[in-house]
Design a protein around this ligand. Structure first.
Ligand code: URA
Length: 434
């Protein structure tokens, strides 16, 4: 078999055989297929697409390209959640302990910030001592003993995705549904989950800007799960404004703790309950989403979910007292308030730009080697559709002093918050269930 022939067949719109896909994945990881041929192959897939059966073969070959976590010894149906990424999305921090408190084991292998969107691992590392580097054995033990663990990828975790993603990033092939599907599903299924709930974000702060694109990605994720014998439920959720109020690592972790204490912003609580209800049904701990929701509401308001969070933090070396006192996390030295320069309605929030503004403060990375400042970020004081008077608070900027980041952040924020004369239509939080 030759890579050039496989590239040509995909270029010409043919369906690749499993052997051809496996040849390209294995060759890319081993180095026997050079990067320029892999890159050409990725572009051919980007332009020609893949049939669902090709995507399933690609996913499976990527899944087994490195460490595959075996959680067979952990009793129960293991259910994980994946979000396609957005701004202010701290759901995993509250959801994993909440669902574990209801008796469904949650094995989560999470990522770091990507582009304008934040990463769960960076948020957890705002907790003093919290360690996301765990071996497979430690991960398995924690999922069995506590019911949930949120860790980073081990060095040899789905190496095919590391290689393919790095190439996609530099040859403009990220936004391809089969490639995104295989990237997400190979990692989620290598982490030992039996079933998955997908939070597919749709809107101006998401990868998928329209419901049509988000639904196409959700369909592809569901079909690939089905081909691999793993049930997948997807919720299409709104990302036309940040989720909750806080953006930035320690600020978001504190907000997730508020949610675990039964409070927090209404949209964060709602989405946590909606996703959690699907997870309980898949984990066979509830017969219907309604029954699941009643259970989860009790666990959030009764303190059991918070106790599970405390246990998870303690197991991963963090200071469990943050569950009772989020003030133990480091704070930014300065807070500056951004105010409305005119009266009207908050008619548009450019969510991706708001995420980028937070990253400029130091909450995210410009290059993968950059360090993250856990203290900095934004706290929204308005939501889409709110009426404001001139001088009203729009948001808080938590920042460092004297390094120019405040000024650069403000320059990005000003055009990202549009105040208009008419009250805008606001999309619902949950667009669709699939
Ligand atoms: N997230 C992933 O893990 N992979 C993609 O390709 C896109 C988003």
């Amino acid at each position: 078999m030759r890579a050039v022939d496989i590239i040509a067949r995909k270029r010409d719109g043919h369906t690749l055989t499993p052997a051809e896909i496996e040849f390209m994945v294995d060759g890319t990881v081993a180095g026997s297929v050079p990067d320029y041929q892999t890159a050409a192959w990725l572009m051919a897939i980007y332009l020609r697409g893949m049939r669902p059966e090709e995507t399933a073969v690609l996913t499976e070959r990527m899944r087994v390209s490195g460490d595959v976590f075996d959680l067979g010894s952990v009793p129960g149906i293991k259910v994980d959640k994946h979000s396609t990424g957005g701004v202010g999305d701290k759901v995993s921090l509250a959801l994993a302990p909440l669902v574990a408190a209801a008796g469904v084991p949650v094995p989560m292998v999470s990522g770091r910030g990507l582009g304008h969107s934040g990463g769960t691992l960076d948020k957890l590392e705002a907790i003093p001592g919290f360690d996301v580097f765990r071996t497979e054995a430690e991960f398995r033990r924690q999922v069995a003993e506590v019911g949930c663990a949120i860790i980073g990828q081990t060095d040899n975790f789905v190496p095919a995705d590391k290689r393919l993603y790095a190439l996609r990033d530099v040859v403009a092939c990220v936004e391809s549904i089969p490639l995104i599907t295989a990237s997400i599903m190979s990692k989620k299924l290598a982490s030992g989950a039996d079933a998955l709930v997908m939070d597919v974000k749709s809107g101006n702060g998401a990868f998928m800007k329209t419901d049509g694109d988000a639904a196409a990605l959700a369909e592809s994720l569901i079909a690939t799960g089905r081909a691999m014998g793993k049930p997948v439920v997807a919720l299409l959720t709104d990302m036309n404004q940040p989720l909750g109020r806080a953006i930035g690592n320690a600020l978001e972790t504190a907000e997730a703790i508020e949610c675990l204490r039964g409070g927090g912003p209404a949209d964060l609580r709602e989405i946590t309950l909606m996703l959690g209800a699907e997870m309980l049904v898949l984990g066979e701990k509830a017969k219907s989403p309604e029954e699941a929701r009643a259970t989860l509401t009790r666990l959030l308001d009764g303190g059991q979910a918070l106790e599970k969070f405390r246990q998870m933090v303690r197991h991963q070396g963090g200071d469990p007292r943050v569950a009772d006192d989020p003030g133990l996390m480091a704070k930014a030295p300065q807070v500056t308030v951004l105010r409305a320069s005119t009266a009207g309605y908050v008619s548009r929030l450019d969510t991706a730009e708001i995420g980028r503004a937070s990253n400029i403060l130091g909450a995210g990375r410009e290059k993968s080697a950059d360090a993250v400042d856990h203290r900095v970020g934004l706290v929204m004081r308005v939501r889409l559709g709110d009426q404001v008077a001139e001088g009203d608070e729009l948001l808080e900027i938590h920042h460092r002093e004297g390094d120019g980041t405040l000024e650069r952040c403000q320059a990005v924020l000003l055009p990202a918050i549009v105040i208009g004369d008419a009250r805008p239509g606001v999309s619902p939080l949950i667009h669709r269930r699939m």
